[in-house]
Write a new protein. Structure first.
Length: 105
């Protein structure tokens, strides 16, 4: 196993942006700070144009250095949404995370 382990995480969201923000916050709080990670937020909401909820969500994501937002422009479904980011990955491990997960110590 490499000395420096990298982790990627994908979270597929469908319109419930508040849940995802709680999930990201808990991941940030309860993962080891030395862990190199990238969190991919895959938006399956399919909004043709950005509404105020989506704009506020994107603004909230900007405070995280290790979060990347991916808009699929349509609802691919849960599995395909996670598969959508596979070509982007170069991590040692990948976690598929539900949008309503909250980690505790």
């Amino acid at each position: 196993m490499p000395d420096h382990v990298t982790l990627s995480i994908s979270i597929v969201v469908y319109k419930k942006y508040d849940d995802v923000l709680l999930a990201i916050d808990s991941i940030e709080r309860f993962t080891d700070k030395s862990l190199s990670k990238k969190i991919y937020i895959v938006d399956n909401s399919g909004y043709a144009d950005e509404n105020h909820y989506k704009k506020a969500f994107l603004e909230s994501l900007s405070k995280y250095d290790d979060v990347q937002y991916v808009d699929t422009k349509k609802n691919l479904g849960f599995g395909k949404g996670h598969n959508y980011v596979i070509p982007c990955l170069n991590s040692d491990f990948h976690a598929i995370v539900n949008p309503d997960i909250v980690l505790y110590s």
